[in-house]
Design a protein around this ligand. Structure first.
Ligand code: AMP
Ligand code: GLY
Length: 400
């Protein structure tokens, strides 16, 4: 198969790495890709938010499958624009499940999926959310009246308030094609920049999978969340095809959905795909053809831990042009190194973004994977490099 992969981050490098191991892959193309992806396929200089440019590239390459990594082109309608070519990724209408939080609430209400209650007369503590895509900056957790006032002042006019939920968070992914749902193993993401969940929110500073203590509840989560949402979207005439990501809070009253995303999580994917035993490309292609019934995607028993190596100024800013060393040494130590914000200049690898690299190690236990990931990360260097020291720390030693 000839595949066009859209995206430029660590998630897409991990997808490219896994697709490249497929027995049915013949040719891999990426738009725009990154230096890591360039070692696995041919990169084309089309930006992820250039929906028309992506559609034109797809028509020219005539791939058997287009796989879309980030949400922006999906919400922007790239899957509709390449009509005629199978796409793993939802139409703009179905991508609203991520693009509009009000729409997601309405779908959940109709599908009877448990979520945070909307508050008509918000009082602290509560959470204020902007309706549209906000790159992680549209959610305000308000403990006090002053924070609540400030949130409504800062948030767009379409913002709403909902109850504050407490518990452990979980990223729960499933491949979806209309009414068919294939769950993947859950992963945990670390959103705050600092150890102990301190500092501002980020795109994600690390992840691990599996999540101890869940196991057989996974099918229950798919039954309670992904299947009814897939059925509701199909029944509305806007079926979902792609990866449906539920951000779930495990509260004392049971699981509650915080949000949906219409694509793979980043960096959860970097910890998930190295555990997958089955052929991902065959599964994504089956989903894009709406033939997901009977498809299984089994994970091995190994654990995986991913550490994000970020620029010192992340998340406020990123860094460009700083030399990166030690990737070969980290790989020699047994880790996978996925590129996120990197570029090449005069044959040298340099920083080019906020989250620069992702280091993933697998092991028989989370502890082994964690040790491997940190040992490998320690071999990499660029000026200003920062990373959390506590990824998977709380989960180590918990029996799964
Ligand atoms: P979202 O963009 O909706 O995923 O929200 C970003 C983060 O805000 C989530 O990962 C949670 O940590 C937090 N969050 C969102 N909604 C709630 C809620 N109702 N209660 C508590 N925390 C929330
Ligand atoms: N890691 C969070 C996200 O992908 O949205």
């Amino acid at each position: 198969m000839r595949v066009l992969l859209v995206g430029a981050g660590g998630r897409e490098h991990a997808l490219a790495w896994k697709l490249a191991r497929s027995r049915v892959l013949d040719e891999l193309h990426a738009a725009p890709g990154n230096p890591g992806i360039a070692s696995l396929g041919e990169c084309h200089a089309v930006a992820v938010d250039d929906v028309h440019g992506l559609a034109a590239l797809a028509r020219r390459l005539a791939p058997d499958l287009v796989v879309v990594g980030p949400e922006a082109p999906l919400v922007g309608g790239v899957a509709d624009a390449v009509a005629g070519i199978p796409v793993f990724g939802p139409s703009a209408a179905a991508a609203r499940i991520e693009g509009s939080k009000r729409f997601a609430k309405d779908v959940m209400r109709a599908a009877r999926v448990a979520t945070a209650r909307l508050l008509a007369d918000p009082q602290p503590p509560c959470v204020v959310k902007a309706d549209g895509l906000a790159a992680g900056k549209g959610v305000f957790v308000c403990e006090t009246q002053a924070e609540l006032d400030a949130a409504f002042a800062a948030a767009p006019r379409d913002a709403f308030a909902e109850e504050l939920l407490e518990g452990e968070e979980l990223s729960v992914f499933a491949l979806v094609a209309r009414n068919d749902v294939v769950p993947l193993a859950p992963a945990r993401d670390y959103k705050r920049v600092g150890d102990g969940d301190t500092g501002p929110n980020t795109g994600g500073m690390g992840a691990f999978s599996p999540v101890p203590g869940l196991g057989h509840e996974l099918e229950d989560l798919a039954d309670a969340i992904h299947r009814p949402v897939a059925a509701e979207l199909a029944q509305r005439g806007t079926p979902f095809v792609g990866l449906l990501y539920a951000g779930v809070m495990l509260t004392a009253d049971g699981p509650r959905v915080l949000e949906f995303n219409c694509r793979f999580g980043d960096p959860e994917t970097q910890a998930l795909l190295p555990r997958l035993e089955d052929d991902l490309l065959e599964a994504l292609a089956a989903a894009a053809r709406h033939e997901l019934g009977g498809v299984e995607l089994a994970e091995s028993n190994v654990a995986a831990v991913t550490i994000v190596l970020a620029a010192g100024s992340y998340p406020e800013r990123g860094d460009t042009g700083t030399s990166i060393d030690g990737i070969a040494e980290a790989e020699a130590a047994g880790a996978l190194v996925f590129h996120a914000g990197t570029a090449e200049r005069d044959g040298r690898l340099i920083t080019n973004g906020g989250r620069i690299l992702n280091v993933t190690a697998v092991g028989d236990t989370l502890e082994d994977a964690r040790d491997g990931a940190y040992a490998a990360a320690g071999r990499i260097h660029f000026d200003g490099m920062r990373y959390r020291r506590d990824i998977a720390l709380g989960a180590v030693g918990v029996v799964h």
